[in-house]
Design a binder for this molecule. Structure first.
Ligand code: NI
Length: 265
């Protein structure tokens, strides 16, 4: 393995939103718990303001890394020069990815599909320019998403965060070497499909995440999520996959460091 574990669990939370106002009251306590429990966390931005806070947090805490980007829910009124803004952050030593970016066809009030695709592809080009991986949000857009990676996009590394596609889609993406993030939803009683997908993916493409403050794993579903709960999803996954927790922690940490090459572990 790449490095020996430095934390209690040996895990990374590859996707959390510590910039969220849900952490305004007790962020320092949450950070202290992360420092003790996890190897590190990656905080993607969702627009200019949250990307700026993600970078600030990464500057303040050694175990926090940032990603910067525009989430498909936040494209209304996006600045004409938004790519210049992202490019300035992309060279920051602790900005390890462009994200979270993607397609979201779930919310009617989101910008039209063509606008979402355009901004998504522009941000992918930016990531390629700076040799950064991308963190992908795909909600109810599996068909278009798969087509983009089958036909239009290559030469970029990616993780499909909170992957909710089919086993068939996962296989197509895995063939191209893309990674998959799993978190709280994989612990939900009815999420058989998510667990089937997790079992079908090569172990070296698996990452754990929380998407804190959202998608809290069992048994805390309904409460605020926090990065330390990544351990609950990872222990559940170890059971589902029939492997030792420690082995899975070491494997997924190696995966995280292989994908996010700017992390200095
Ligand atoms: Ni997210």
């Amino acid at each position: 393995m790449v490095n020996a574990k430095k934390s209690r669990t040996g895990l990374w939370d590859s996707h959390c939103h510590l910039d969220d106002e849900a952490f305004a009251a007790d962020r320092a306590e949450v950070m202290a718990a992360i420092g003790e429990s996890l190897e590190g966390v990656i905080n993607p931005g969702c627009d200019a303001a949250s990307s700026a806070v993600a970078v600030e947090l990464a500057e303040k805490y050694p175990f926090v890394y940032a990603a910067v980007g525009y989430h498909p829910e936040n494209l209304k009124g996006i600045a004409k020069n938004y790519l210049d803004e992202l490019a300035k952050w992309a060279v920051h030593p602790k900005v390890v990815a462009i994200g979270e970016i993607g397609l979201d066809y779930y919310w009617e009030e989101n910008e039209p599909k063509e606008v979402q695709k355009k901004v998504f592809l522009e941000q992918i080009d930016l990531a390629k320019q700076f040799k950064l991986p991308i963190i992908i949000h795909d909600r109810d857009a599996h068909g278009d998403m798969l087509e983009i990676f089958q036909r239009e996009v290559s030469g970029v590394q990616a993780v499909f965060h909170c992957f909710a596609g089919s086993v068939e889609m996962a296989k197509e993406l895995a063939k191209r070497g893309y990674y998959f993030g799993f978190g709280g939803t994989s612990t939900y009683k009815n999420a058989h499909k998510v667990r089937e997908v997790m079992k079908s993916i090569p172990r070296e493409l698996l990452l754990f995440e929380t998407d804190s403050p959202y998608l809290t794993p069992v048994p805390y579903r309904g409460k605020r999520n926090n990065p330390c709960y990544v351990e609950l999803s990872a222990r559940n996954a170890a059971e589902v996959l029939g492997v030792e927790f420690e082995e899975l922690a070491a494997q997924t940490t190696a995966n995280c460091l292989r994908l996010f090459t700017k992390i200095k572990a």
